[in-house]
Ligand binder design. Structure first.
Ligand code: IMP
Length: 181
């Protein structure tokens, strides 16, 4: 990215606040699954940073797998189409699965992932999303069990979230303002 690539950014959630909230979510998961194993599934690529912080604060027997989906093109608006780019490495049958998402927006991605994961007969399927934009939901019944922050209808980047693959490395979650497409 050229010099000045941060020009259109405004901090929405500082890293200190993110860390505090991630610890609280991990504590809740630890409490909810006391004595059991949890199998975390990270949705690539956006959830990778949230997942790596979250898992280190969960005080349980854990295991980890990844899926990759694409639902956005290179712009800021959803294509409405979800494509599975990478499937799980191992079976989830009988496991306590927590699907870890970066952001819940229209709900189309989560609705698709829930459908294919439930067919594989996990013991339970929960969803942890760092961010939730409830005002954007197309599929009303789609909700996360653990939410880091509810945010307004702004396009955000950082802490794993991208715009055309940029900005994932920002420590804070920032609002990105670009000219209309
Ligand atoms: P949904 O299917 O509309 O709920 O969108 C989910 C996916 O869209 C997320 O996993 C993100 O990859 C992407 N997404 C939605 N909103 C944003 C945003 O504000 N910034 C970056 N990516 C977003």
């Amino acid at each position: 990215m050229p010099v000045g690539y941060r020009d259109h950014l405004k901090v929405l959630i500082r890293n200190t606040a993110i860390q505090k909230r991630v610890r609280a979510v991990a504590k809740q998961i630890t409490k909810d699954f006391r004595g059991e194993r949890v199998h975390l599934i990270g949705v690539l690529k956006g959830a990778c940073i949230f997942l790596s912080d979250l898992i280190r604060h969960i005080d349980l027997d854990t295991s980890l797998d990844f899926m990759a989906v694409s639902s956005y093109g290179k712009g800021q608006s959803s294509s409405g189409e979800v494509r599975l780019n990478k499937d799980l490495d191992t079976s989830i049958e009988g496991l306590n699965v927590i699907l870890v998402e970066d952001i819940l927006d229209t709900g189309l991605t989560l609705s698709y992932l829930r459908r294919i994961l439930l067919q594989r007969k996990p013991k339970v399927l929960r969803v942890a999303a760092l961010l939730d934009k409830p005002s954007r939901r197309i599929i009303a019944e789609i909700k996360a069990d653990y939410v880091g922050f509810e945010i307004p209808n702004d396009f955000v980047v950082g802490y794993g979230l991208d715009y055309a693959e940029h900005y994932r490395n920002l420590k804070d979650v920032c609002i990105l303002t670009l000219p209309p497409e």
